[in-house]
Design a binder for this molecule. Structure first.
Ligand SMILES: Nc1ncnc2c1ncn2[C@@H]1O[C@H](COP(=O)(O)OP(=O)(O)OP(=O)(O)O)[C@@H](O)[C@H]1O
Length: 261
């Protein structure tokens, strides 16, 4: 088997909280293949963001290792693009300048920067708004801009932490479809955190269900539905059955009691 793009081996994260340490992740192992789309669901506080932040290089594990392309993650890197729920656009820069910003940091020459920015702005359907400032955009448009910016740096991995969490249902569905369209044209390895079971199934090759106390992987569910996925698929019995399975895995979890310290 080829080396997984992402490999999480027995990762633990213990936060010192008050007198007793808090085990946010208690030994998580997960491999994600190149170009795979994995979604992560689980109850609040089960360590989803902590896991993503470790892969992003924003947090260090207190045990185990997180590997990208076979190398341990020691900090953030240009091969990993991170998208959070809050759009994190620079308010004083236009859409185009925001999209170019990451490439500027990555020292991409100006003409290439322009060209790539145009390409990704078009891909997310913001060409009419290339010269607009973020304050004039809707939430969905801002998030599309953040996605274009992340893609433009050409990361091989996208780490997305509830990127559509703040959006209304209709915008959310549109952005899901657009993300899949972009992903099918510009293949990337994606890890996408969501609270929305429908969204998790609609997007993924595999859904990772996490559980809390300690944060761990409860179940991994294969989504063997073909791409492209569309509205009809969302209404299909196969989709419904998978959604029910994920729902059940999330909402009927047994609590493991941590041993008394
Ligand atoms: N810096 C920190 N110090 C102490 N505890 C923390 C810290 N960061 C996270 N935690 C705790 O670790 C646990 C996991 O947090 P995390 O944000 O990873 O969960 P999550 O599954 O992403 O939650 P949510 O779905 O609510 O966003 C939580 O109980 C949280 O309070």
């Amino acid at each position: 088997m080829s080396t997984p793009k992402i490999s999480v081996r027995d990762v633990e994260k213990v936060f010192p909280v008050g007198k007793e340490p808090f085990v946010a992740l208690g030994g998580v192992s997960l491999d994600i293949a190149d170009n795979e789309f994995v979604t992560v669901v689980g109850p609040s506080g089960c360590g989803k963001s902590t896991l993503l932040n470790i892969l992003a290089g924003l947090e260090q594990p207190t045990g185990g290792t997180a590997l990208v392309d076979g190398r341990p993650v020691t900090g953030p890197g240009p091969e990993r693009g991170v998208i959070f729920q809050q759009y994190a656009l620079f308010p004083w820069l236009t859409v185009r300048e925001n999209v170019e910003f990451g490439m500027r940091t990555a020292k991409v020459p100006k003409s290439e920067r322009r060209e790539r920015a145009e390409h990704f702005i078009r891909l997310v359907g913001l060409e009419q708004f290339a010269d607009a400032l973020p304050k004039t955009l809707s939430g969905g448009m801002k998030q599309r801009c953040a996605i274009a910016r992340a893609y433009a740096v050409n990361p091989s991995i996208l780490l997305m932490d509830e990127p559509f969490g703040a959006l209304d249902a209709l915008t959310r569905v549109r952005l899901q479809e657009q993300l899949l369209e972009t992903w099918s044209k510009e293949r990337r390895t994606v890890m996408f955190i969501t609270h929305d079971v429908d969204e998790a199934v609609f997007l993924a090759n595999r859904v990772v269900v996490m559980a809390a106390r300690p944060g761990r992987i409860a179940e991994v569910i294969e989504v063997d539905l073909p791409y492209p996925r569309d509205e009809d698929m969302r209404l299909s019995p196969e989709f419904g059955a998978l959604r029910n399975r994920v729902w059940h895995a999330v909402y009927h979890q047994r609590q493991i009691k941590e041993p008394a310290q």
